[in-house]
Write a protein that binds this ligand. Structure first.
Ligand SMILES: Cc1ncc(COP(=O)(O)O)c(C=O)c1O
Length: 365
């Protein structure tokens, strides 16, 4: 049993072959088509397709005007990409505490960390379970800080009836290999405001406005880059994988939900295991199933002995030297870090796999 798997449809395979045979591999028609589908089929607002989720986070910070010496509030409970993107902009990651029952950033702790230098807040939807976005939006408004959601785990999640990707000024998605929707590697930055979308679209490719720059007689586009730009665009090979895989997303999300519901039901009474919060006002993308367990190493040993798997997925990132070492004063993070673990949810799991995992846990550890 694997903890993650990769979803590739036959249409994705055929689509990649068509692109390869066309000789047009870079950003083109399929990237535009992929963006259109993200918008029309998943309700994502102003999506700009990129080469990774990390690029999406970084580009959001660029477009938001975050720079040298600014502070960006993030949780430590995330993948290191969230913090790296902040450092790439010369800004300082400030670690806010999390809610130990969800792993998500605590809006009250964000408020306590605000300073005059705060320019952005990056909530991370841990395992795909949406953060308290209304409370976070209110704190951000007080500080005039941009909200950049890190939705690397949360494609298909929703909050109070609205999809993640239509809530905040920016939302960063990842389409890396093991995500619900993969393009091999890839990402998208969703932008609520048209001018942010335009800036992201331009800056993803060297700040050259492709739509409004035409080739001259001399054989190169005529352009004037007015800001810094990056090589962050998605290419048509990746977009063909995305376009081919996209129709399966509703089925994938439904299967993830069904597995999560079964874990929640059949592990509700398990001694030594606590379920994380699942409120009725939001729908998780259930990328994996987070639980809080006593004696975590024994728990993992027990599952491995039964040929099942569990993983912490990511440990807190503040402990890395690049961020200055373990941050003090984060009791929620400390508590979560001690007990958090996760069970697999993916399309490669059979009902029998899920049943064996539950049975192994309910034997005790
Ligand atoms: C929370 C989080 N943020 C950002 C990223 C970065 O995404 P990518 O690998 O597409 O750059 C990841 C990757 O899994 C992630 O888990």
């Amino acid at each position: 049993m694997n903890f993650f798997n990769t979803n590739i449809s036959e249409e994705a395979v055929a689509g990649v072959e068509r692109v390869l045979r066309s000789g047009m591999l870079s950003e083109g028609r399929l990237v535009a088509q992929f963006e259109q589908k993200l918008r029309d089929e998943l309700g994502i607002r102003g999506p700009v397709a990129l080469n990774s989720g990390t690029s999406a986070l970084h580009l959001a910070l660029v477009v938001a005007g975050v720079g040298d010496g600014d502070e960006v509030i993030i949780p430590a409970q995330t993948f290191i990409a969230t913090g790296m993107a902040v450092l790439m902009q010369g800004a300082k990651p400030v670690f806010a505490d999390i809610q130990p029952i969800t792993g998500n950033i605590d809006p009250d702790s964000i408020r306590a960390k605000l300073t005059e230098r705060t320019r952005a807040i990056i909530p991370v939807h841990w395992a795909g379970y949406p953060c308290d976005m209304d409370e976070i939006a209110a704190v951000a408004a007080e500080a005039d800080a941009a909200v950049i959601e890190d939705a690397a785990h949360a494609l298909g999640a929703s909050y109070r009836g609205r999809p993640v990707g239509a809530l905040s000024r920016f939302t960063a998605f990842s389409f890396q290999a093991i995500k619900h929707l993969t393009t091999g590697d890839g990402g998208a930055l969703a932008c609520l405001e048209a001018q942010d979308e335009h800036a992201a679209r331009t800056q993803r490719w060297f700040a050259i406005d492709r739509a409004n720059s035409h080739e001259s007689l001399l054989g190169e586009r005529e352009y004037d880059a007015v800001s810094i730009g990056f090589k962050y665009h998605m290419n048509d090979v990746a977009a063909a994988i995305g376009v081919g895989n996209l129709p399966a997303v509703p089925r994938i999300l439904a299967r993830h939900q069904a597995i999560a519901d079964r874990y929640a039901k059949e592990l509700a009474q398990t001694p030594g295991l606590e379920l994380t919060d699942r409120r009725s006002d939001r729908v998780s993308a259930n990328w994996f199933f987070p639980v809080l367990v006593e004696r975590r190493e024994d728990f993992i040993h027990q599952l491995r002995a039964r040929e099942c798997v569990a993983s912490v997925v990511h440990r807190r990132i503040d402990t890395n030297s690049v961020f200055g070492g373990k941050a003090a004063g984060l009791p929620g993070q400390d508590a979560f870090d001690e007990r958090q673990c996760a069970l697999p949810i993916h399309m490669g799991l059979t009902d029998d796999d899920v049943g064996r995992t539950i049975a192994a846990i309910n034997e005790g550890w």
